[in-house]
Design a protein around this ligand. Structure first.
Ligand SMILES: Cc1ncc(COP(=O)(O)O)c(C=O)c1O
Length: 385
């Protein structure tokens, strides 16, 4: 039997087609959560399935004992996208964060600064810097030497840095935390202090990166911001496990050959697919920006018509803030053919695919409107609005 670690609805997904998935009974759902941001190109993108088929027939895995043709060009492309120098490949966001933490600690300092309400993963290192006590609590003690500061608080930043500080890690847009944007003054000051204290400025772009906010990386909306390390994963290989930690020379200087490694990380299938993903994302960036504006406008209508508490968006990341539990609304949306999820109990989160169209945004927003309205009419939530 399965370890009961997830609470899931009773449907089982059978297949996908663009922005839609179908369950085993043939029912269709508009997928606005995309495997938590992984299926950013939608399902079964023809260019991706073709590359997968070709490469699967040639070679899936080599291990990192040998070179193959696809790792280096992908590393060069990612480094170029991030304005950085070198890349280490792993299989998940958490592992890529671990890689960044090891690079920071290998420079001889141990103090880490992270932000409250952040999410960086479930391994012991990434969990230690995750700014939500509910995730850390059952697994104490955590890595020593981690301080959490309030998001966008310049005073906290000023008092957190010290000469032992190895790194500060931020999500430019907090995803799992409910789509909260870190401000330009906060991020620029974090970078300034990191440089002053010879610490690394690490951007966790696992959820907000690779086109999701309309630029290649979310930090690039802020001019003058250049992290020492950028961490990316989720949509990188269109659903095949692949993550990348992208370094400046300074950030990687303490990592000597043999100090880190991965059996699966950066195999030929995943890397070849990722190169195709990056090419497609670059083509989609103008559409992403345009559709992000439309999505925000349509969601704002929910605010005025149905009086939900707040709408937060950053590109194609969106949250509807409720004053009551979101879980029943997620269930009702699914019943009406829309997949979203709920984070922080009262926040509905959406990560629609980059290939979304206006009419599909309309379809989703109409369902959301009807779901919120139904919740109000049932009386169960009226009192809280
Ligand atoms: C910002 C961020 N960092 C790290 C992770 C961890 O990634 P993974 O679940 O692939 O280990 C996540 C996962 O949601 C994330 O959103």
């Amino acid at each position: 039997m399965l370890l009961p670690m997830y609470s899931r609805p009773s449907i089982a997904i059978d297949r996908g087609d663009g922005p839609y998935v179908y369950d085993t009974n043939g029912r269709r759902y508009l997928d606005f959560i995309t495997g938590v941001g992984v299926n950013a190109l939608g399902h079964n993108h023809p260019r991706i399935t073709q590359v997968i088929a070709e490469q699967a027939a040639r070679c899936i895995h080599t291990s990192n004992l040998y070179h193959h043709a696809y790792q280096k060009p992908l590393a060069e492309k990612l480094a170029q996208w991030a304005g950085l120098d070198s890349v280490f490949f792993t299989n998940s966001g958490s592992e890529a964060i671990e890689t960044a933490l090891k690079a920071a600690k290998a420079r001889g300092k141990h103090h880490l600064i992270a932000v409250e309400n952040s999410f960086h993963g479930r391994t012991m290192g990434s969990l230690s810097i995750t700014g939500q006590p509910k995730y850390r609590k059952p697994f104490q003690p955590m890595l020593p030497g981690v301080d959490f500061i309030r998001p966008n608080c310049l005073d906290d930043l000023a008092s957190a840095f010290r000469k032992e500080t190895a790194a500060i890690i931020v999500e430019p847009v907090q995803g799992e935390g409910g789509i909260h944007i870190l401000t330009a003054p906060f991020l620029l000051e974090a970078q300034r202090l990191a440089r002053r204290y010879d610490a690394l400025f690490i951007a966790d772009e696992v959820q907000c990166g690779l086109g999701r906010t309309g630029t290649r990386f979310a930090y690039q909306r802020i001019s003058g911001l250049q992290p020492d390390i950028v961490v990316t994963a989720k949509p990188l290989a269109a659903g095949l496990p692949l993550a990348a930690t992208i370094f400046s020379h300074r950030a990687a200087e303490a990592l000597a050959p043999g100090m880190h490694g991965s059996t699966f990380g950066g195999g030929p299938l995943a890397c070849r697919v990722a190169s195709e993903v990056l090419a497609i994302i670059d083509e989609l960036l103008p559409d992403i920006r345009e559709n992000a504006i439309y999505l925000r406008e349509r969601l704002q209508e929910l605010l005025t018509i149905y009086g939900v508490r707040e709408i937060r968006t950053a590109g194609l990341m969106a949250a509807i803030q409720l004053n009551f539990s979101g879980a029943p609304l997620v269930e009702e949306a699914m019943r009406q053919g829309l997949l979203i999820n709920c984070t922080h109990e009262t926040t509905l989160r959406m990560l629609p695919p980059f290939t979304i169209t206006r009419s599909q945004i309309d379809e989703a927003c109409n369902i959301l409107g009807s779901v919120v309205q139904a919740a109000q009419e049932s009386g169960s939530v009226l009192a809280y609005l």
